[in-house]
Ligand binder design. Structure first.
Ligand code: CA
Length: 229
């Protein structure tokens, strides 16, 4: 028998809580839901959970503060967090991702998308480091880190150091949104300084070099970039 997935939902709007509970229970998952961040943090002292769905706009402690506390406490730091956000909360999404949240879903969301995101986050968590190692094969793009070689539909593509690092980073986690700050941190070459703006320029150049596969690199407005799943 496979282990039943346990999910903690922190959301103050009852209709959304019900929608989530109904749909996640239908997946055979166990759902515990609470209305406030304080209740959520308290419940984690007595129950365990595999993943947390965290609304950002909460009465009392807001979602970002809850996320900060979760990630600061070694007992809860490893639990994946998916943020539930409203439109226009892009800067909060960025802050949440920087704090260590794994992903986010914007309201109103389709239950199917929410379920898919949860599964994707848990799947990524289970991947051994090795999968993200030497060889990244994602559809038509193959990246060999050891050889520093990129092929699209088996044709070699000549990339600069930063473009190679940028592509490797994004393709290492398809579907995962990388903020510009994280990209800057990961891509920084020895030779020159990478800025937010330079990241955008690199992406334009990279897309062009990848040709038809360039559209795999998606812009997430106000946040950063991701490699399409
Ligand atoms: Ca709310």
């Amino acid at each position: 028998m496979t282990k039943q997935l346990k999910i903690l939902v922190i959301e103050d709007e009852e209709s959304i809580r019900e929608l989530i509970r109904y749909n996640l229970q239908r997946e055979g998952w166990r759902v515990v839901d609470v209305r406030t961040g304080e209740e959520g943090l308290a419940s984690l002292r007595s129950i365990s959970t595999d993943i947390i769905l965290l609304d950002l706009m909460l009465p009392g402690l807001d979602g970002l503060e809850v996320c900060r506390r979760l990630k600061r406490d070694p007992a809860t730091a490893g639990i994946p967090v998916v943020m539930l956000t409203a439109r226009g909360e892009e800067s909060d999404v960025v802050a949440g991702l920087e704090l260590g949240a794994d992903d986010y879903v914007t309201k109103p969301f389709s239950p199917k998308v929410l379920v898919a995101r949860i599964k994707a986050v848990l799947r990524r968590r289970q991947e051994p480091e090795a999968i993200r190692g030497e060889l990244i094969r994602t559809g038509r793009v193959v990246i060999h880190r050891g050889k520093r070689e990129v092929r699209v539909d088996d044709n070699p593509v000549d990339l600069t150091f930063s473009e190679f690092e940028l592509l490797s980073l994004l393709a290492s986690r398809p579907g995962w949104v990388f903020t510009r700050d994280r990209i800057v941190e990961a891509v920084r070459g020895d030779d020159y300084h990478v800025t937010d703006r330079a990241v955008d320029v690199q992406v334009v150049g990279l897309r062009r070099k990848l040709g038809a596969a360039g559209s795999l690199i998606e812009t997430v407005r106000g946040v950063g970039y991701r490699f399409r799943e």
